[in-house]
Design a protein around this ligand. Structure first.
Ligand code: PEP
Ligand code: MG
Length: 523
């Protein structure tokens, strides 16, 4: 048996053809081997002779062993993030037959078991025009980043990476959450038509870029951008954002193999985001690492990561808990943000606070950061202080929060996850993820109402803010500040322009009182 395996290792059908994938399509070694295995497996499946057909298992074993070696070698480990996603990567999208190489003109679709948020960021510079993953929920961070890239995506497609093969044609219908494999010409034509329609719709919406977001009855509404990287500012301005409502600073910390950015690097990054927004306000959220946002993608979803971070990472050491557990790291971030605040209007936003003592500890560290800068005679600027409301405990103790903070920002992605006890990244409970659950709505409505009563700023920066299905409801509840991915701003603006806030208010109260708000909202 070992002799057979050794022979297979030298077989041209395996070796030369794998090299062709590498040379011509620029696949990495693991991906090239997997691609060639698929080709050989198909050939074996078509063999008439049962004995020969079964030899497929030998080839599979050899390739499996090779892949294991390649993955464990340190040389490859550095590229493992890309390899992990790319290995399963398949091919073409809506209309085009992909395949040649990454530099080719045909759009490519990535099909993978999972993609870590940090890897997803890499695709900003890549040629992928869409992606499909087996796991993940609509508000998992991988999906959020895909939304920010404004590319069609379907997450939680279970068996996709196993069932879809290299060079299949794919239609990704992100709106319906559907992937069609090798669609018939009629279906393809239908989707080409829809694609043209949505391009026309985009062009039409684009005309609203410079129109102020004001309701029919004259209420000004602030539409802000959620960004992940400092360089995202110009894109946000282009989309008509009037500021950044959420800069997810954790993306600066990811994929760095343990070498976190120091104060200077962070200061320059924040300054560049502020400069990019040309005088408009920028809300920088302190690092929100943990749960489905590991520091390094090699830990993403791995057994090691689960072992290390307990069984429920979403309930573990994440966000402000992680920051308070490492005061030196947190202080360097706070100093960097304070220094950057000398260059523009900066709001500081703290994620996932639940306890009064966490608030007081955070504020004490902020004071310490100021003192350290004073002692070193380093200039810094004023900050408005905000807390995210994303844990029910916070939404139920607003008086404590409003005592310390200038504004609140409702993180509905987490608030829904923690209120309904479902992991936002787990596709098997995605059907229970309901922004219109009465409990969620009461927490959101209560937070908005209390802030309005106390004259404090309040916004929503979870995905709910960028979903036009909820715009009227949030307006009716009194919300006047929405933060979302730039790609969603114009569609939300259109909803605002068509809304009469005074008439929406009583209707929203009705939705709030309904046993099934999901039904009430459509009526
Ligand atoms: C949220 O929880 O709604 C939010 C905006 O933060 P994140 O999605 O980064 O957890
Ligand atoms: Mg959150």
């Amino acid at each position: 048996l070992l002799d057979v395996h050794l022979m297979l290792l030298h077989d041209e059908a395996l070796v030369s053809a794998t090299k062709v994938w590498i040379h011509e399509r620029h696949y990495n070694a693991e991906w090239a081997l997997s691609a060639q295995l698929e080709v050989l497996a198909r050939q074996f499946d078509e063999m008439e002779d049962a004995y020969l057909r079964e030899r497929k298992a030998d080839v599979e074993q050899v390739v499996e062993r090779l892949l294991r070696e390649l993955r464990s070698s340190s040389l490859v480990a550095e590229g493992a993030a890309a390899a992990g996603s790319a290995r399963n990567a398949h091919n073409p999208n809506n209309a085009h037959h992909a395949a040649r190489d990454f530099a080719g003109e045909d759009p490519l679709v990535l099909v993978a078991s999972d993609v870590a948020p940090a890897d997803m960021m890499q695709f900003k510079r890549s040629v992928f025009t869409g992606f499909v993953t087996d796991v993940g929920g609509k508000t998992s961070h991988t999906a959020i980043v895909a939304r920010s890239l404004d590319i069609p995506a379907v997450v939680g497609a279970r068996e996709a990476s196993r069932l879809i093969r290299q060079d299949d044609w794919l239609v990704i219908d992100g709106d319906a959450g559907v992937v069609l494999v090798n669609p018939s010409p009629i279906v393809l034509e239908e989707y080409r038509f829809r694609q043209r329609q949505s391009e026309l719709e985009r062009a039409r919406l684009n005309r609203l870029r410079h129109t102020p977001a004001v309701t029919l009855d004259g209420h000004a509404v602030e539409l802000l951008a959620n960004i992940e990287l400092p360089g995202d500012g110009p894109g946000a301005l282009e989309a008509g954002a009037v500021g950044v409502g959420l800069f997810r600073s954790e993306f600066l910390f990811m994929g760095r193999a343990g070498h976190l950015p120091d104060e200077e690097e962070q200061y320059l990054a924040y300054k560049s985001a502020i400069d990019g927004m040309q005088g408009l306000p920028v809300t920088i959220r302190t690092v929100d690492i943990g749960a489905d946002k590991p520091l390094d993608s090699s830990q993403h979803g791995s057994a090691a990561a689960r072992d290390e971070s307990h069984l429920n990472p979403a309930l573990g050491l994440r966000a402000i808990r992680w920051s308070l557990a490492d005061p030196a790291m947190f202080l360097s971030q706070l100093r960097a943000i304070l220094r950057a605040a000398a260059h523009g209007q900066v709001n500081l936003l703290i994620p996932m606070l639940a306890h009064g003592h966490e608030i007081r500890q955070t504020l004490a560290l902020l004071d310490q950061a100021r003192t350290e800068l004073d002692e070193a005679t380093i200039p810094y600027g004023p900050l408005k202080l905000g807390a995210m409301i994303e844990v029910p405990a916070a939404a139920l103790t607003l008086d404590v929060f409003l005592k310390y903070f200038d504004f609140l920002s409702i993180g509905t992605n987490d608030l829904i996850q923690y209120t309904l006890a479902i992991d936002r990244a787990d596709e098997s409970v995605a059907h229970l993820y309901d922004p219109l659950h009465p409990a969620v709505l009461r927490l959101v409505a209560g937070t908005i109402a209390e802030c309005l009563r106390r004259g404090k700023g309040v916004s929503v920066c979870g995905e709910m803010a960028g979903d036009t299905a909820f715009t009227r409801l949030l307006l009716g509840l009194g919300l006047r500040s929405f933060s979302m991915h730039p790609a969603q701003i114009l569609a939300v603006k259109q909803e605002v322009l068509r809304s009469d806030a005074a008439r929406l208010a009583p209707w929203a109260q009705g939705v709030l009182a309904a046993e099934e708000p999901g039904v009430a909202i459509v009526l």
